[in-house]
Design a protein around this ligand. Structure first.
Ligand SMILES: NC(=O)c1ccc[n+]([C@@H]2O[C@H](COP(=O)([O-])OP(=O)(O)OC[C@H]3O[C@@H](n4cnc5c(N)ncnc54)[C@H](O)[C@@H]3O)[C@@H](O)[C@H]2O)c1
Length: 431
């Protein structure tokens, strides 16, 4: 008898380890049909979830309704579960090297709770080989059990898109994989019971790991090409958005736009592939050049603003600039790895007086994470306004609004290209 049957009949339980953007929606979805243990090391977050509050602000409290779930910060509780899903962060350190500490600690916690017949499925984004080469030895050591004989493993990458209310967990096709045919089938059955969009069974764990990491790497490189084009066309005085609109009329032209690449996925995951590739003696060229271009955009944007201020006879050190939006993307509260902050720091290095507002970001988090104080009230004497994030609240603002909060001869930098060029004295610039 397979584990799926025992789980669906509630004879056995699922545990989800790491209840963030990925783990919590998954745990709650499973908890509609299965008995679930939701484990996180952060007691404050666990307390919030016990009160039906999503600490990541993605789900409303109704998502917790009728969920058969026990939230806990006690790793001992993992012993009550038999199918463990790990969704802890996989970020990079200051040298852009994968930080596997949370993944290894989570593997240790699960390993200590493992019993014969259990399953462990990893969802965290990693490089190909990480699950089998880095995590399995920890599971085996902590449990004293043997992978394959005593317990099984799998890998199922997560594709959720924060802030996206349409493509939610159950509506995104999910890749699964197992360490053998039987485990792949069992894992497929478990996931297909909650994922409406369907399941793709990858032939091996490494294929599934690689598929995830290249999805984001491809996106990063495509955006970097748009960013490079934007820097070239800016020198030529050509509007990149118009070029892309024209080129986009060809059937096979890809739909990408220039912009800041922040957050904890697209700007991070390519470094996982780079790291693994380097350990195998190949130094990636295209992937790293894309990263360099995308990471260089804040400096480019700041330099262009300085040029425009000087062209308008405004000295940078006497200028006041409003930055609208500080989260890493539109309509989310997440400020992690926001490249808007790099733009702000560049401007501050030029002694510009920068004000920052964002209807979604928490001023406390911004102060804590970046030592930046957000502005409570928007003034009426800005020399330039940078709309850095396409939040819904900003999309319908008109040029008159920007003029109303600015001094004479104002500049509007529209980093997301959400407005059209101005005819009324506003110096409009977009990537
Ligand atoms: N956020 C996304 O949109 C997204 C999309 C696809 C893939 N991913 C990947 O999913 C993984 C998780 O990302 P996230 O955005 O959900 O992270 P997150 O930071 O939102 O949440 C991670 C949670 O794990 C907890 N945690 C950390 N170490 C732990 C441990 N040892 N044991 C138990 N809990 C622990 C943290 O307290 C936190 O609550 C990462 O690998 C990420 O790359 C994220």
């Amino acid at each position: 008898m397979g584990i799926y049957k025992d789980l669906i009949e509630k004879k056995k339980s699922i545990s989800v380890i790491g209840l963030g953007y990925v783990g919590l929606p998954l745990a709650l979805e499973f908890a509609k049909k299965y008995k679930v243990i939701g484990f996180d090391i952060n007691q404050a977050r666990v307390d919030m979830m016990k009160n039906a509050i999503d600490p990541s602000n993605e789900l409303d409290s109704s998502a917790f309704d009728e969920a058969d779930i026990e939230f806990t910060a006690n790793a001992e509780d993992l012993k009550k579960a038999n199918f463990h899903i790990i969704g802890v962060p996989t970020d990079i350190d200051s040298h852009k090297v994968p930080n596997l500490t949370p993944l290894k600690l989570a593997s240790k916690s699960v390993g200590a709770a493992l019993k014969k017949g259990d399953y462990v499925v990893y969802e965290s984004t990693v490089y190909p080989g990480c699950t089998e080469e880095d995590c399995v030895p920890i599971l085996e050591e902590a449990s004293g059990l043997k992978m394959g004989d005593d317990f099984k493993i799998g890998y199922s990458p997560e594709r959720i898109n924060p802030g996206d209310k349409e493509r939610t967990l159950t509506k995104i096709l999910k890749i699964v994989s197992g360490c053998d045919e039987e485990s792949a089938k069992e894992i497929e059955s478990v996931y297909s019971s909650i994922i409406e969009a369907g399941i793709y069974v990858a032939p091996t764990i490494k294929v599934a790991e690689a598929a995830k990491v290249i999805e984001n790497t491809q996106r990063d490189i495509n955006i970097s090409l748009m960013n490079e084009l934007s820097m070239i066309f800016d020198r030529m005085g050509i509007d990149t958005k118009e070029v892309l609109k024209a080129a986009g009329t060809k059937w096979n032209f890809l739909n990408f736009f220039p912009g800041l690449v922040g957050g904890h996925c697209i700007g991070v995951d390519p470094y996982y592939l780079v790291h693994k590739s380097k350990t195998l003696g190949y130094d990636p060229q295209v992937i790293l050049s894309g990263r360099r271009i995308n990471d260089g955009m804040p400096a480019f944007i700041a330099k262009r603003l300085i040029q425009m201020l000087i062209q308008r006879n405004k000295s940078p050190q006497d200028s006041k600039v409003l930055v609208m939006g500080v989260t890493f993307k539109e309509d989310v509260t997440d400020i992690r790895n926001s490249k808007v902050v790099d733009v702000i720091r560049e401007l501050m290095d030029y002694s510009i007086n920068v004000h920052v507002v964002d209807p979604h970001a928490s001023p406390n988090e911004v102060a804590h994470e970046y030592k930046l104080t957000m502005t409570e009230n928007i003034g009426d004497d800005y020399d330039a306004v940078i709309v850095a994030v396409a939040h819904e609240e900003y999309r319908n603002l008109g040029h008159d609004y920007f003029k109303s909060i600015s001094t004479k001869d104002p500049i509007l930098m529209d980093l997301k290209g959400i407005y059209e060029p101005s005819q009324n004295g506003l110096l409009y610039w977009r990537l």
